[in-house]
Design a binder for this molecule. Sequence first.
Ligand SMILES: NC(=O)C1=CN([C@@H]2O[C@H](COP(=O)(O)OP(=O)(O)OC[C@H]3O[C@@H](n4cnc5c(N)ncnc54)[C@H](O)[C@@H]3O)[C@@H](O)[C@H]2O)C=CC1
Ligand SMILES: O=C(O)C1=N[C@H](C(=O)O)C[C@H](O)C1
Length: 253
Amino acid sequence: MVNVIMHGCNGKMGRNIAALIADDPEITLAAGVDAFDEGKNPFPVFKDIRDCDTEADVIIDFSAAPAVDNLLTYCEEKKVPCVLCTTGLSEEQLQRVEEVSKKVAILKSANMSLGINMLLKLLKEAAKTLVPAGYDIEIVEKHHNLKKDAPSGTALALGDTINEEFDNEFDYVFDRSTRREVRPKKEIGFASVRGGTIVGDHDVIFAGTDEVITFSHSAYSKAVFAKGAVQAAKYLKGKPAGLYNMSNVIDNK
Ligand SMILES: NC(=O)C1=CN([C@@H]2O[C@H](COP(=O)(O)OP(=O)(O)OC[C@H]3O[C@@H](n4cnc5c(N)ncnc54)[C@H](O)[C@@H]3O)[C@@H](O)[C@H]2O)C=CC1
Ligand SMILES: O=C(O)C1=N[C@H](C(=O)O)C[C@H](O)C1
């Protein structure tokens, strides 16, 4: 049995995960944490992670970037592993994740779906052929009108997986509106669309001379992320300190 604390339990993802866990005999939601609570959950809810005195094997986090600082301190002090899914973290927060992961297991992933995690691997291969052949890389992401961060964490992870193959020599461009110059070769452009209830669409475009190759992923429901997060929590229980990602879960190592 895996006992979980759901950080951000009353949010869109938190509620999806609570429903999934309720039907899974291998995992229990021992407590939730949410700054906003109406007292309707069948588990204890704390307003702040610092108030939480429930023992758990793993924390699943889908909250908001400002909430991650106290969460990391809690994980570090109580030695509770964490599946960290919140996006829009600052450079300082990302460094803190690295630091805390030396003391406790942290699995960080901007996208818990199987499809995106497979795409992260495929893109490395595609880029090895297409970048030397002169193809330009642009990433377009689309999300619902409630999303606060842009570009999405997934878009950045897709860019990073390509950039790592080329010693991080690509610059990221998020806004071309103030520039009056031809696109330099060594850059990856990002564009964000926000509207309606779009769950999450990502296109990675390799644009060459007279041909374009587009890798597309569309999430049709938040269940794909919830399923991955529950799998990750089961995987992370009892793991030694370290920084993990979804490929560890998928490859089970
Ligand atoms: N890694 C992945 O696969 C995915 C990541 N996300 C990310 O997860 C995060 C949450 O997404 P949603 O559930 O859609 O957002 P949401 O806004 O619906 O839910 C966030 C919840 O966190 C709570 N919260 C805010 N500050 C808090 C604090 N200090 N302590 C405790 N709870 C706090 C809010 O009250 C809210 O209930 C976002 O950063 C989003 O980008 C979302 C979907 C998939
Ligand atoms: O906020 C969301 O909804 C999502 N956020 C993640 C991101 O920023 O990449 C993952 C997914 O696309 C949904």
